[in-house]
Design a protein around this ligand. Structure first.
Ligand SMILES: [Zn+2]
Length: 124
């Protein structure tokens, strides 16, 4: 039994009924999350990204520091992760996907204050 790495839902036994994550093209996620990723990527594609921020990164949940969450470029707030990822240090997960600490800080800023905030745009 495998669970969606984004929301933790038990996934369909047949991967044809699940979705391939468009972020890495190798991770299967559940169908509803596939739909969300599609909407996100369309929204993110319209968003200016002068700092060349990644599609997603990890950070710790501000309310619960021990919990790692995912931030997706262009989306407000954060996503909960599956239990298997939730307890891993976000810095380690970011290092695995090549996201720097500076990028993670900027991603956090975008998710909290809006992706059009001055700090994320050139000239500041
Ligand atoms: Zn899911």
């Amino acid at each position: 039994m495998s669970r969606c790495p984004r929301c933790g839902t038990v996934m369909n036994r047949s991967n044809a009924m699940n979705a391939l994550s468009r972020y890495d093209n190798s991770t299967y996620i559940c169908s509803p999350c596939g739909g969300k990723e599609c909407a996100e990527s369309m929204r993110a594609a319209k968003m200016p990204n002068p700092k060349r921020l990644p599609h997603y990164c990890y950070y710790h949940n501000y309310a619960r520091e021990k919990e790692t969450v995912m931030i997706s470029f262009g989306m407000d707030g954060y996503y909960s992760l599956d239990k298997s990822l939730r307890t891993i240090d976000y810095k380690e997960l970011n290092a695995n996907i090549g996201v720097t600490e500076e990028q993670a800080e900027l991603m956090l800023m975008g998710s909290m204050w809006g992706w059009d905030c001055p700090g994320l745009q050139e000239g500041f």
